[in-house]
Design a binder for this molecule. Structure first.
Ligand code: ZN
Length: 239
C-alpha cells in the first residue's frame, strides 16, 4: 500500500522546521545569532551587552595573538557570541563557560567572560581548521587532545586535580566529544581537563611546539596522528 501525503502537508514541513529553529532554545541559534536577541557590538562579535563591545573586541584580539604563538597565523574567522546575562545564555541553550562549534562559532557564557576561556576557545577554532566534515564521526584529533591542547595553550589552566597514570589512561579513551562529555560527567571536569592538559604538556616536552604543529599539519588521519605522538609521553608500549 502506498500512503498519499497531501501536498499541503509536504509544503508545510520547511515552515514547521523553520518554526522549530526559531522557537527552540539551543546552541544551533549561533548559526544566525542576530535573530536571537544579540547585536553586533564589534566586527564578528555579538552580545546582549552593546556597551561592552570594545572590551570583547580586545579579548578576542588577545586570544588570536595567543593562538598565533603556536599556530603561527590565524586561519579562522569565527563569529563570537558573548552572553552576559541569563536570558541570552538560556536562549542559546545553557552551554558551558565556552563552546566552540566547528571553526565557525564561539559561544561565551556569563561565567566564561575571562581571557583564559576566550583563549581556550580560540585554540579550538584554529585546531578545528585542520578537521573536515569527514572527521565528524571519526575525529582526526581525539577529544582529549583537542581539550588538552586548548588548556595547555590557554595561558592559565582552569582546573587543578591530581593527575595519575590511571587518569591519563582514562582520558585517552575519550575520542569523540560524546566520549569526552561522558568522562566529564562521570569523573568531573577537574579530573578530565587536568589529565588531558598534563598529557599534552608531556607530548610538547618531547616534540617541542614546532614539532607538535608539524604533526597536526601533516598527519591525515587519527591513526597517523596517534602513531606520530611520542610513546613515552602517552605512557604506551608498542610491540
Ligand atoms: Zn574546550
Amino acid at each position: 500500500m502506498f500512503l498519499a501525503i497531501p501536498n499541503a502537508i509536504i509544503s508545510a514541513i520547511p515552515i514547521l522546521l523553520f518554526g522549530l529553529y526559531l522557537s527552540l532554545p539551543g546552541w544551533h541559534r549561533a548559526i544566525t545569532p542576530w535573530a536571537f536577541g544579540v547585536t553586533e557590538v564589534a566586527p564578528d562579535i555579538y552580545s546582549d551587552a552593546p556597551e561592552r563591545g570594545a572590551e570583547f573586541e580586545r579579548m578576542v584580539a588577545k586570544a588570536k595573538t595567543n593562538a598565533e604563538k603556536f599556530f603561527k597565523t590565524t586561519r579562522t574567522k569565527p563569529i563570537y557570541i558573548f552572553c552576559t546575562k541569563k536570558p541570552c545564555h538560556e536562549s542559546f541553550g545553557k552551554f558551558p563557560s565556552g563552546l566552540a562549534i566547528g571553526f565557525h562559532r564561539v559561544l561565551i557564557a556569563p561565567s566564561g567572560i575571562k581571557q583564559n576561556i576566550v583563549n581556550h576557545e580560540q585554540i579550538h577554532m584554529e585546531l578545528h581548521r585542520y578537521v573536515n566534515s569527514g572527521n565528524f564521526l571519526q575525529p582526526r584529533f581525539p577529544a582529549w587532545f583537542d581539550e588538552g591542547l586548548a588548556e595547555h595553550l590557554s595561558g592559565q589552566p582552569r582546573f587543578f586535580a591530581q593527575v595519575s597514570s590511571k587518569s591519563k589512561t582514562d582520558v585517552q579513551s575519550a575520542i569523540t566529544f560524546g566520549d569526552w562529555n561522558g568522562l566529564v560527567r562521570r569523573k568531573g571536569p577537574a579530573y578530565a581537563y587536568s589529565a588531558a592538559q598534563s598529557l599534552v604538556t608531556n607530548i610538547m616536552r618531547q616534540t617541542g611546539r614546532d614539532g607538535m604543529l608539524e604533526i597536526i599539519q601533516t598527519t591525515n588521519s587519527r591513526g597517523e596522528f596517534m602513531r606520530a605522538l611520542p610513546d613515552i609521553a602517552l605512557n604506551r608500549t608498542r610491540f
